[in-house]
Ligand binder design. Structure first.
Ligand code: 0GY
Length: 306
């Protein structure tokens, strides 16, 4: 066996003992944004990766979900595994139908490989535009991938910085599949949620076949995890953004943990507190049912009803 590659300097490991959430997730809750990392002894990281994480394997993900009350999950291929989807596919296959996958694929992928991914439970690909995570995202290649996956009924998951949306919007609108946007398009939460930047993002959502992940308050927040008045209210500066997305697009919002929270540098979130963020942004039982159960079920297990 090869020697394990050490973690990136300053790497923060996932939170080993998440608290018990005060909010009870409804039965059928789907975590639509989580990853597996390795374990690297079994699934080595990709040579082109920009970071080397700790291990975060499928059993550990399942244990977290059991603790939080999450029923099903969507495992998003992480950039540390490049376009080698083996670890993600292994976790999806092992789930007995309780997981779906989002892959990274190159335009020269064969039809047979695409069919194999579909049969395993993959339902989309991710296009990542963050320069700190990927070297390049050539639009011709991405358009070619989108054309290949559209006939399978898959969608494209988009990860970009909010400042880059104006330059990417027309390309996104040209894609032939539904779109799913990570982390509310990464708004700058020091600006108002009612201001022009987030309004522009929501107009893009409105005009296109777009779903929005109301996820990652811990990554977007500047105020951080400090509890407010002793309550389990963390990341409060992100709340107005999530709430606006949920109120304006109740049928197109999705929730996810982003476990194991790659590349956070100042703190590692308590996943129990992330669950307690949900009722802050989805304030009625109906909104919560759509966000946590009905919407992701429609997108990832269509035909099941929820
Ligand atoms: C996220 C966020 C990040 C990383 C990745 O695939 C990845 O490496 O997604 C990040 O560093 O912001 O969605 O998990």
């Amino acid at each position: 066996m090869s020697t394990p590659v050490p973690k990136s300097p300053g790497w923060l490991d996932w939170y080993a003992q998440p608290s018990e959430p005060a909010f009870t997730l409804p039965p059928g809750t789907v975590d639509t944004h989580c990853h597996v990392f390795g374990p690297q002894a079994e699934f080595p990281f990709a040579p082109e990766r920009k970071y080397t994480p700790c291990d975060a394997g499928r059993e550990q993900l399942l244990a977290l979900h059991d603790h939080l009350g999450v029923s099903r999950r969507v495992i998003v291929q992480a950039t540390c595994h490049g376009a080698d989807n083996t670890a993600m596919v292994d976790a999806v296959r092992a789930s007995g139908g309780r997981a779906r996958g989002i892959a990274t694929v190159r335009p020269d992928i064969t039809d047979a490989e695409l069919r194999r991914l579909h049969e395993a439970g993959v339902r989309g690909v991710r296009f990542n535009f963050l320069k700190r995570l990927v070297d390049a995202a050539p639009k011709d290649d991405l358009a070619a991938v989108a054309a290949r996956i559209a006939p399978l009924g898959w969608h494209v998951v988009l990860y970009f910085e909010s400042a880059d949306l104006p330059g990417l919007e027309s390309f996104f609108a040209s894609l032939p599949t539904p779109l799913v946007i990570d982390h509310m398009g990464r708004p700058d939460v020091t600006r108002p949620a009612e201001g022009p930047e987030f309004s522009r993002f929501l107009r893009f959502v409105d005009r296109n076949d777009v779903w929005v992940k109301v996820s990652c308050p811990e990554r977007l927040s500047r105020t951080g995890p400090a509890a407010l008045n002793g309550e389990r209210h963390a990341y409060t500066d992100v709340v107005p953004f999530g709430r606006r997305a949920v109120e304006e697009f109740p049928d197109r919002v999705l929730w996810g943990t982003d476990w194991p929270h790659p590349n956070l540098t100042d703190h590692m979130p308590d996943d129990g507190l992330l669950v307690d963020h949900v009722p802050l942004v989805a304030t009625t039982p109906e909104q919560r049912h759509k966000l946590l159960v009905a919407n992701p079920t429609r997108l990832y297990w269509p035909g099941e009803g929820a």
